[in-house]
Design a protein around this ligand. Structure first.
Ligand SMILES: *Cc1c(COP(=O)(O)O)cnc(C)c1O
Length: 225
């Protein structure tokens, strides 16, 4: 069942990308609230990259599945007091949105691990929601990450306002792509624009997403958030 959903999703990503004349994006399987058993089943079907929202929940799952050598991404808001465990647990942190967090992640990334891959989370709709940096602050944050040898700046991530009318999400995705292109011209290590979820990945791909974060379409509905 999970293998079928995975294959259907991968096929869909490929078809959408081809239709839009875009490269096929990477699939990040969002495994928040899912069991380690479900993650292992998806891994057995070939999926390598998984996204988690909470450090504590991820800790247990990552430990249980250590021998599978999966790639783990943090996609939930990171509090500064969790920067130390996060800097060791994850291969990517997609939610860096302030300079203080840059310094903490760099300081706590263990020397035995390769540099931590980092995305700047952008509050592209300028929502009252406090997560993500303002578009005007992205350049400064990107430069700060680039200065840290223990971090690698890979790109940008956004969670636009979930307008029920998908067309209303397009301007946010388009603005992200512009921001991404502008900064990537300055930072050669930037290759990732993470945007699009189960209900709107086609739109995100059309606007230039290189990584989509998909939970529900792979695992089915979550019982809790
Ligand atoms: C939960 C979550 C997703 C996946 O959402 P689905 O609608 O289940 O595909 C993607 N990105 C972030 C940041 C999330 O928290």
């Amino acid at each position: 069942m999970l293998a079928q959903r995975l294959n259907a999703t991968l096929q869909s990503l490929e078809n959408v990308a081809k239709g839009d004349d875009r490269p096929t994006p990477r699939l990040l399987a969002v495994s928040k609230t899912q069991t380690a058993t479900a993650v292992a089943a998806l891994a057995a079907a070939g999926q390598r990259c998984f996204g988690e929202n909470y450090v504590q929940e991820a800790q247990t799952k990552i430990a249980a599945l250590a021998e599978l050598e999966l790639e783990w991404h943090l996609i939930g808001h990171l509090q500064s007091n969790k920067a130390e465990p996060a800097a060791d647990l994850f291969d990517w942190v997609q939610t860096v949105d302030r300079v203080k967090l840059v310094a903490a992640l760099a300081r706590f990334r263990p020397p035995r691990r390769p540099p931590l891959n980092v995305l700047v989370q952008v509050n592209i709709d300028d929502e009252a929601s406090k997560h993500g940096c303002a578009p005007e602050q992205v350049a400064e944050l990107a430069a700060a990450i680039d200065r840290e040898p223990r971090l690698t700046l890979r790109g940008l991530m956004a969670i636009p306002t979930p307008h029920p009318d998908l067309e209303l999400r397009r301007p946010a995705y388009r603005s992200m792509a512009v921001l991404f292109r502008t900064l990537a011209a300055r930072h050669g290590s930037m290759d990732t624009l993470s945007m699009g979820m189960s209900d709107d990945y086609a739109l995100a791909i059309a606007e230039g997403a290189t990584m989509v974060r998909i939970g529900t379409a792979l695992f089915g509905p979550r019982s809790r958030e």
